[in-house]
Design a protein around this ligand. Sequence first.
Ligand code: ATP
Length: 517
Amino acid sequence: MHHGCMLLHRLARVSQEVAATSARSRKTALLAELFRDAEADDVPIVIPYLAGRLPQGRIGVGWKVLSRPVAPAAEPGLTVREVDARLSELAKVSGPGSQAERARLVGELMGAATEDEQRFLVGLLTGEVRQGALDAVAVEGLAQATGAPPADVRRAVMLAGSLQTVAEALLADGPAALDRFRLTVGRPVWPMLAHSASSVAEAVDKLGACAVEEKLDGIRVQVHRDGDTVRLYTRTLDDITDRLPEVTAAALELRGERFVLDGEVISFDEGGRPRSFQETAGRVGSRTDVATAARAVPVSPVFFDALSVDGRDLLDLPFAERHAELARLVPEPMRVRRTTVSGPDDLRTAEEFLAETLKRGHEGVVAKALDAPYSAGRRGASWLKVKPVHTLDLVVLAAEWGHGRRTGKLSNLHLGARTADGGLAMLGKTFKGMTDAMLTWQTERLRQLAVDDNGYVVTVRPELVVEIAYDGLQRSTRYPAGVTLRFARVVRYREDKRPEDADTVETLLAAHPEVRP
Ligand SMILES: Nc1ncnc2c1ncn2[C@@H]1O[C@H](COP(=O)(O)OP(=O)(O)OP(=O)(O)O)[C@@H](O)[C@H]1O
């Protein structure tokens, strides 16, 4: 295999041009051209860099180091693989003197970069060039570069759970490689997500014949079983099998031998009422001493969909048929409670079900069209959640050092929503709703993400998602979207979400016609 020659210079150019143009066809064409020149081995670097992500995750280089001027190289010579190798080296530095060593390595890298490349690298290392909306355009660019039909590439990405994997296969072997990406037991797929409706009436009106299911406030889980082997995955496709032995045991008791099921894990107390989200999430998050944790907070799976049974891929079947398969496999208490509604004439049934579900301590319902396929990895219009309390998932952009009782703690959070161009727009601040434990936790977590601290505000890599309750929006010229949140308060951190999953300014404004100009 010969040495890769994709230059950082080329990638930085394309990245900048893609960000600068709003025309989707132009973005696609730029990416197609780039992919045509890329080799399969460049892909694990090129794809994350384009999205503004570091394959190494965090590498612990702050603004101070990055903003130190270094004379740029006159000619571009860095390849993306070389940059990646240097950053891997940087990520490994630890122990005493590591600050200085990291600064030296950064200086060396910057000295080998041209001015354009330096700008790109700084953006990458601070997390500022993050382009969340890039994946969809990249799929089209890949299709164009390789001659594969875009719909086939999209389905492959959905099933592989990774654009990168599909891109590598396509660039190495051409369109025929897409046949490899079938729903496979043991390989997780991105789960289908829901939109919101403001009432059951609106949901039923939009969907017609639908199932109305209880919405359990737990952790999404995808359960794969192949004979005696069971694997459990989160909504971000992390393997959490080792943490939840009782869920594995439950899956082994089911009637099927080979299946993929979708559901929620949740903890119920002795009285059968759901424990708080924090308790369930804490349990699912804890890796050490699983046995003790399982005794304190036992969890149960509650299934609501079947994606594959006995080697049959059910994704394209209507929901009613998938549910029939689920019901054959999973006995009552392990299946989500639901009712079915024929349409708006039958609204009473749906409303009574919502009221009863809330009374049992759940957070709301999800209405699901009976005829819809499973759109893995998408927020399908055929699942609509209805909850009495409205919340937003926002990204923490920065935090201010607290005063008085909160001295030494990072307190007032700066909150951002995603924008159409893949950036983040600050919507407001809040220091309300945090428990002492949360303050301690967020201080530590945000310090790990810090890129700058001016003694007053700590700017962080925009990676942490927080769920915020609010009373409404008001217009404000001080914020970039022209609006700010009224009475924002923290509900909880959502470590199960990525910044790409955060809410957008667009959907927020759509939900609040009263503030539109
Ligand atoms: N019956 C159900 N059907 C589908 N999803 C359910 C159900 N009960 C609970 N859920 C959970 O609700 C989530 C769907 O809502 P959404 O896609 O908006 O994600 P979310 O933002 O995590 O939801 P929220 O923030 O409202 O809790 C699923 O990911 C799943 O974890």
